[in-house]
Design a protein around this ligand. Sequence first.
Ligand SMILES: Nc1ncnc2c1ncn2[C@@H]1O[C@H](COP(=O)(O)OP(=O)(O)O)[C@@H](O)[C@H]1O
Ligand SMILES: [Mg+2]
Length: 327
Amino acid sequence: MPDRGDHRAPARRAANVRLRAGIAPRGCAPLARSRTLYCAPPVLELIDLRKTHGRTLALDGVSLRVGAGEIVGLLGPNGAGKSTLVSITAGLLPADHGEVRLDLPGGRGGSPRDPAVRRQIGLAPQALALYDELSGAENLRFFAGLHGCAGQQLRVRVDAALEFVGLSERREDRVKTYSGGMARRLNLAAALVHDPALLLLDEPTVGVDPQSRAHLLDNIEQLRAQGKAVLYTTHYMEEAQRICDRVAIIDHGQLLAVDRLDSLLASHAGKPQLVVEFPDGRETVETDDPLASLNALAKDRAPLGFRVERPTLEQVFLQLTGRSLRE
Ligand SMILES: Nc1ncnc2c1ncn2[C@@H]1O[C@H](COP(=O)(O)OP(=O)(O)O)[C@@H](O)[C@H]1O
Ligand SMILES: [Mg+2]
């Protein structure tokens, strides 16, 4: 396979620097005309975030927006900088450079370092943040209380959050008796129990059974329908493809591309591939019209079978980095 990665990286990086600065890449239409890069209204805006941990450069100038009613995926391999970005966005870690701004409909905007602004954020951290010795309901009462809920409002929110993630029947059981999938669902409930406008979900489906994964993904789609802004980090491209409105690809602390899924696939993943099996071997062709290509290939000999392989985010990542997301 030809090397489609590194030799184009410098030009792409230069274009990204211009994008991060809010300037159209050379030769492109002005950003104001681009539907795909900016969402309206942005609830979260990250501007040129940089962060080093000791000698490790974890974030190298990341800018991103997330709008109300939108799921933005942050897709990248382990070590790409996703959790660092989430911690800074949640106001838990200071950036070395750059800015995090929340602009909340009817709420207080500004930096998440301000506790009143932070209350509008719900965080589901990658490392489960739950008390094993407490029940599911006690955990949620604790987290709702931390965010200023009390009395009847607290009871209603805790009940609603448990119902939402499908844990009402296990509400009085200690978390240490939960399966991995149930604990992940409670971790999501703890993030949303105080009804925040912005949800930061850091690999929310890691290590869960298929049933809990499906439940979690449905939940996250419901949050979008409620108008929440969702930043969703994952290293599973299938999840990003299924639920995200836009996908930001991150590697080595840099955003390599941010766009709608269909635009990313069209720009970086190549054409669909038609694979046709013949008695004497297999033929593979890249084609925009698989049916026409199949007819042409099958004109003189009968195929045993065929399949069409659609482009995936895996190919996008490969083209942008020269490496596989799964490596
Ligand atoms: N507290 C820390 N101290 C030192 N290095 C860290 C720390 N947190 C993260 N890193 C390093 O920063 C880089 C980005 O990590 P992280 O943000 O956790 O990535 P991801 O969530 O995408 O796996 C990695 O190289 C990681 O080893
Ligand atoms: Mg992480």
